[in-house]
Write a protein that binds this ligand. Structure first.
Ligand SMILES: Cc1cc2nc3c(=O)[nH]c(=O)nc-3n(C[C@H](O)[C@H](O)[C@H](O)COP(=O)(O)OP(=O)(O)OC[C@H]3O[C@@H](n4cnc5c(N)ncnc54)[C@H](O)[C@@H]3O)c2cc1C
Length: 407
């Protein structure tokens, strides 16, 4: 009889296994892939951005912020950082983003797996858990492996990047125990726009202020780089607003993105262009704009404003000037969708925090059943928040399982 079986060997599952084993529990970790931590290896572009120095809770999004506060305590934050230190991870911080000093996600994965093995965690790969039943104990895959365990931690992740093993099947396991699932939707992903002009700006990176409007009300704003693509927009700032667009579109709301391509300008763009046209005698409007915008973008913005590239600013009629200023400072895209789960980094939605005990991660419905990681209804911004949440909840769940295994 195992003290605990953990379903899913990703970020949350491996950490849960380690902390349960540190608590003298007899631990088995079941992973459907032939290796644990497949997703970990692709995080942070292969560098694994595993934490962020800014742990303000506004970087996390959930159904119940008060419960999240009990999970994301300063004490737990410190404990998880100490833990990474204890398994030899030297960090480097870039703009608040923590990476292993090696710059390789495999450093994190290997350090975790080595620790789990040193603590005699039994890791069984190539086991897909499709059924868990409970009588006096839990029975995992009763018709196949038929493993008995006193407790179970489900860490099967969400639905993002299903090729790594997280395809949402864990929600079904949770549902069999009476848990509800807030609709899983793609987050930290690209946005698809309406229109046929996107090919003209594909490949451009631009520093902007980007805002999302829902039914004409501003929902959120990000400042930084976006990537203009042949279907719409991408990049970190886009990713951070995508969860709201995903949720809004799912509810049938109208989602509009507005982009300011001149975030550095504090005064009116029209006054700026009036002044520049005086100073830059003989320069056409496109030549003036190319001083601060990508030329492909200039071509598109002028075309959309019914202005020719070689027009002189002073000869452009007032209504087209107004249109151009608006297109540069308030470029509007009707959002028709987000990229699919396969291209998303995380899932928004999942098991509501109201259904678990934040001190232990135990289910409020079934004694001995625990959850950790992305299967829960918490999604974070880009910057190490999602792994951070998976690690902390894995730690809490693992720590709350006490065993008497003295092998
Ligand atoms: C491309 C990409 C880049 C990312 N970069 C970052 C980053 O830099 N920083 C950051 O904080 N976050 C990042 N994330 C998000 C982060 O990786 C996830 O939030 C985190 O891995 C979630 O951890 P988890 O353990 O809950 O789930 P997962 O890591 O998805 O692990 C779940 C595991 O369960 C296994 N499993 C599923 N079902 C079963 C089953 N029935 N039986 C057995 N095993 C099962 C899966 O195979 C998988 O190994 C990124 C995500 C992607 C896709």
């Amino acid at each position: 009889m195992k003290d605990v079986v953990i379903i899913g060997g990703g970020a949350a599952g491996i950490v849960a296994a380690i902390f349960a084993a540190l608590n003298n529990s007899k631990v088995t970790l079941l992973e459907r892939n032939d290796k644990c931590g497949k997703k970990l290896l692709i995080t942070g572009n292969g560098r694994c951005n595993y934490w962020n120095s800014d742990q303000n809770l506004n970087h996390y999004h959930t159904d119940d912020i008060d419960i999240l506060k009990e999970i994301k305590t300063k004490e737990n934050d410190n404990k998880i950082l100490d833990f990474f230190d204890s398994i030899g991870i030297v960090h480097k911080i870039k703009n608040g983003y923590y990476y292993p000093y090696s710059n390789q996600a495999i450093s994190i994965k290997n350090a975790l797996i080595t620790k789990a093995k040193l603590l005699n965690v039994e890791i069984i790969n190539n086991v897909f858990v499709e059924e868990i039943i409970k009588d006096s104990t839990f029975i995992i895959n009763p018709n196949k492996e038929n493993i008995r365990s006193k407790k179970v931690i489900i860490t099967t992740g969400g639905m993002a990047a299903s090729k790594t093993g997280s395809d949402g099947n864990g929600y079904n396991l949770a549902k069999t125990f009476g848990h509800t699932i807030s609709k899983p939707l793609p987050a930290l992903t690209s946005l698809i726009g309406e229109g046929n002009y996107f090919k003209k700006w594909a490949g451009i990176r631009s520093d902007v202020i980007i805002s999302l409007y829902e039914n004409d009300k501003r929902i959120c704003t990000e400042t930084g780089e976006i990537q203009l693509t042949d279907y719409g927009i991408s990049g970190i700032c886009t990713f951070n607003i995508s969860r709201y667009a995903s949720i809004g579109l799912n509810k049938g709301k109208k989602e509009i993105v507005k982009i300011n391509f001149v975030p550095w300008l504090n005064s009116s763009l029209k006054d700026y262009l009036n002044q520049k046209a005086k100073e830059m005698k003989g320069y056409s409007i496109s030549q003036i704009l190319e001083g601060f915008l990508n030329y492909k973008l200039v071509n598109l913005l002028l075309e959309k404003s019914h202005i020719k590239n070689d027009d002189m600013w002073e000869n452009i009629n007032e209504s087209n000037k107004k249109l151009l200023v608006n297109n540069i400072t308030n470029f509007k895209i009707n959002i028709t969708g987000t990229s699919t789960f396969d291209k998303a980094q995380v899932t928004t939605g999942g098991i509501p925090l109201t259904e678990i005990n934040p001190k232990t991660m135990e289910s409020n419905k079934i004694k001995g059943l625990y959850f950790a990681g992305e299967i829960l209804d918490v999604d974070g911004d880009c910057g190490g928040y999602n792994l951070g949440f998976a690690f902390i909840t894995g730690m809490i769940a693992g720590k709350s399982i006490k065993g008497d295994n003295n092998d």
